[in-house]
Design a protein around this ligand. Structure first.
Ligand code: NAP
Length: 341
């Protein structure tokens, strides 16, 4: 059941914390995720986008691969017709892995703009640094016969096309997603326009402290996906070792103390720590926004959550593996170097 939003219980967007990007632009420090996985239809997501805007959200995280941009776009148009100005919104989209070539990338961005019914995007991301096609919804054991590893020269060609989008005025900022420190070091060395944002998995059981520190030290804003540990993710994205941050005793105790649900503790922690969570929700989006303007977690509570990092990556990316016998760790450069081809 979707939340019925009454204007009187909307949250004033001016009260929602903001992140300042290197350009000086200001981005709301929480956004609505729009990936409905296998279970939430494009229509339901589009309804949630409208409801969330009425509740006070101004930041929406979209992607062509979520196959709902046309429906989300109709909602964005309606939201603006209702009086919310384009410049009050922060809209992100992402290029999928089979569109990394310049012409494809520019065409894909134009398609997202047409679908989302926008003249420009606030932020456009390279969704994954691997130029490999796999169909949405495929099993984690599926492999692309022409899968390729990260090759920096190829990524930089993609990045040059991203920079061109800025020059063309189609996007205001460009950023990376699912990157590692060694890959980002090379991009920072070679980019004409540096990534404004890096989107990465971040929740209390996967805090990525080194990458989190690295991006912030380099003027890149961390956007955190799966901020609640993605409890609704499809079966194919689950492994027996996965843990659930919203069931952690430390989170449960802090939630009890504040009289909020465990999801609210994860979101408050994320915003206070300095990342920008983008929780997906069709049923709880108002609560998820309201919690960021309610009483903050104490320093002691923030420290307690810092101690429950399990290094538990949920979105492992197995489908991007390019060689027989590899494990998913190869995608994440866990020994500090880019995994050789
Ligand atoms: N860049 C990337 O590669 C990448 C990868 C994955 C995700 N993302 C982005 O990140 C967004 C969020 O990730 P996610 O959707 O996987 O995970 P998530 O936001 O951690 O979890 C979403 C799930 O939590 C539930 N939920 C939300 N608020 C709740 C609350 N207050 N209480 C109880 N349950 C609650 C939602 O159900 P209800 O709908 O019932 O509230 C939904 O099933 C995606 O939508 C997408 O935009 C990006």
């Amino acid at each position: 059941m979707s939340q019925a939003i009454h204007p009187s219980i909307a949250i004033d967007p001016a009260l929602v914390p903001k992140r300042q990007l290197a350009s000086g632009a200001s981005m709301p420090a929480i956004g609505l995720g729009t990936f409905g996985s296998d279970s939430v239809s494009p229509t339901q997501v589009a309804e949630a986008v409208k409801g969330a805007a009425a509740a006070g959200y101004r930041h929406f995280d979209c992607a062509s691969v979520y196959v709902n941009e046309p429906e989300v776009g109709a909602s964005l148009e309606e939201i603006q017709r209702g009086g919310i100005k384009r410049e009050e919104l922060w809209i992100t989209s992402k290029v999928w892995n089979d569109k990394h070539g310049e012409d494809d990338l520019i065409a894909s961005c134009r398609q997202s703009l047409a679908d989302l019914r926008l003249d420009y995007l606030d932020l456009y991301l390279v969704h994954w640094p691997f130029p490999n096609f796999h169909p949405p919804g495929c099993d984690v054991s599926s492999r692309s016969p022409d899968a390729k590893p990260y090759i920096h020269e190829s990524y930089m060609k993609t990045w040059r096309a991203m920079e061109k989008l800025v020059d063309l005025g189609l996007v205001r900022h460009i950023g990376t997603s699912n990157m590692t420190i060694p890959k980002l070091k090379l991009v920072l060395r070679d980019a004409r326009i540096k990534p404004a944002v890096n989107e990465m998995e971040l929740h209390p059981h996967f805090q990525q402290p080194e990458l989190f520190r690295f991006v912030r030290e380099n003027g890149i804003v961390p956007v955190g996906y799966c901020p609640l540990g993605s409890p609704g993710r499809p079966e194919r994205d689950r492994t027996p070792d996965d843990t659930a941050p919203t069931q952690d005793p430390v989170i449960l105790e802090i939630a009890r103390r504040h009289g909020v649900n465990p999801a609210a503790v994860c979101i408050k922690w994320a915003v206070q720590r300095g990342q920008t969570p983008i929780p997906f929700s069709v049923n709880h989006y108002r609560d998820n926004l309201a919690c960021v303007i309610s009483d903050p977690l104490s320093g002691e509570e923030m420290n307690a959550i810092a101690q429950i990092d399990h290094n538990c990556r949920l979105i492992k990316g197995q489908v991007f593996l390019w060689k027989e016998g590899q494990t998913w760790e190869a995608l994440w450069d866990t020994n500090g170097e880019i995994t050789p081809p």
